[in-house]
Structure formats: structure tokens, C-alpha cells
Design a protein. Structure first.
Length: 108
């Protein structure tokens, strides 16, 4: 029982540490693609695809990133088109091993 408690406390610590370090960031990205969809519960959302620079072993390359918008933010993106610049405050997060962003506020 003691071993289970230690494992449980360790897991809670690790999970809370990961959530506590999710930072809000200001982003300014060119829209490569924007898709408007509805989730399985009927709630609309938008997924914006953009690119950012990444570097591994001194080699710099472009990689696609997702910017997700839900609720009222979804409505604000209806006027955004491919090629335009999206400026927003977003929460950086990791989804399936890739960096993605949840848009918290669109900055005009």
C-alpha cells in the first residue's frame, strides 16, 4: 500500500508540474490553412495551420503547427483567410508529441 501511495503522489506531482509550466505566449503567424469543423458534441472549432522554425543539430527547418480556437474565439477567426497574419495570445501545449497552441485572444 505504501508503494502505491508513493507512485500515486509521484504521478500527481509530474502531471501538475507539466500543467503549471504551460505558458501563455504572444504569437504572430502566417495562416497556411484554416479549417472550421464541429466536434462530436456539436461544438464548432477552428484549426489554423501555420509554420515555425525549428533547429536540430544545427539544421534549421520549417515545421507545421496547429493553432486551435474554441467558443467565442472561433467566431473571431471566421474573417481570417489563408496568407493573412494571425496575431493572438495563446497557450502553448503538447498534443500527441507535437507543439500546438490554444488561442485565448485574437489581437487586432
Amino acid at each position: 500500500m505504501k508503494k502505491f501511495s508513493i507512485i500515486l503522489i509521484s504521478m500527481i506531482f509530474i502531471l501538475s508540474w507539466g500543467f503549471a509550466h504551460a505558458a501563455d505566449v504572444m504569437i504572430e503567424k502566417t495562416v497556411k490553412q484554416i479549417v472550421f469543423k464541429t466536434d462530436k458534441n456539436g461544438n464548432p472549432y477552428a484549426r489554423v495551420i501555420s509554420t515555425e522554425k525549428a533547429t536540430i543539430n544545427g539544421i534549421t527547418y520549417d515545421k507545421d503547427i496547429s493553432l486551435m480556437a474554441f467558443g467565442d474565439i472561433y467566431k473571431e477567426l471566421k474573417s481570417i483567410k489563408k496568407g493573412q497574419t494571425l496575431k493572438a495570445i495563446a497557450k502553448e501545449q503538447t498534443f500527441r508529441g507535437a507543439t500546438s497552441y490554444q488561442i485565448l485572444k485574437v489581437v487586432k
